[in-house]
Write a protein that binds this ligand. Sequence first.
Ligand code: PSU
Ligand code: MN
Length: 311
Amino acid sequence: MKDLKDYLVIAPEVSRALEEGLPVVALESTIISHGMPYPDNVKTALAVEGEVRARGAVPATIALFDGEIRVGLTGDEIDRLGREGLSVTKTSRRDMPFVLARKVTGATTVAGTMIAASLAGIRFFATGGIGGVHRGAEETMDISADLVEFQKTAVAVVCSGAKSILDIGLTLEHLETGGVPVIGYGTDEMPAFYTRESGFPLVLRADDPETVAGAFRISQTLGFPGGMVIANPIPQESAMDHAVITAAIEEALKEAAEEGISGKEVTPFLLDKVATRTGGDSLKSNIALVLNNARLAADIAVAYAGRKALG
Ligand code: PSU
Ligand code: MN
């Protein structure tokens, strides 16, 4: 009978950092394979790792290869995910045992990455946007497994909110029902990925990494099983025009409905259409916010480890 260590392979640098209680930041891989075009996806993934390092933490990008959950990837592995793109299996909680059994390449979603991070003992994770409740979910029941994962797995995820391809109001309601803290970082409202504002207020706010690290520690001490969403707005200079992005999203939603897109294809389809419609602008914004989230996640991990933040 195989046990966890037969499936969980932690890169030596990450494993050393964890043993020594040094700050580590997990990074997802669906954003590489399904979230951005090649070669920007690979360049961004490597730059994100660079930002984490520059702030004094160790990056651990996560994916599934050859029947193993790899925590901490080589540059070659990141390149492979980027080149293979949509042919890599998008892996959420539901998919993980099967992807491992079949030994196919799997890119982990926010939910998949939280699971792997938690198994490895990593508490902090940076990404772009989380999945959520889709518009029209009252009919389709399309609610991302990411939201449910936040109820089960104790990892704090730094993101720029949720894209308005989703129903942001319902997404917040779902998180509230699940007991998931959504902490606005330097803001009192939920950011909408490409824009700093969504119009939906948040009740929790932090203005420094220590506050987030402190709240996370208390959650751990209380034995709470779940994680946290740290909603970090896109830097002002990289934010998009509200009208431009809204028009692109409306158009993408219409096309998805016309083509009858469903299941796990929905999110990648919408992301791709929005990116194509807004050209390089949305990609630039996307890259800027992911780098910004990587810096904040590293600062929180550093604060949690009781070290002085760099920069
Ligand atoms: N939203 C984005 N970019 C992404 C994703 C979501 O703005 O790359 C990816 C993440 O990996 C997220 C997943 O976990 O899509 C959610 O997919 P679904 O809605 O099928 O749960
Ligand atoms: Mn879905």
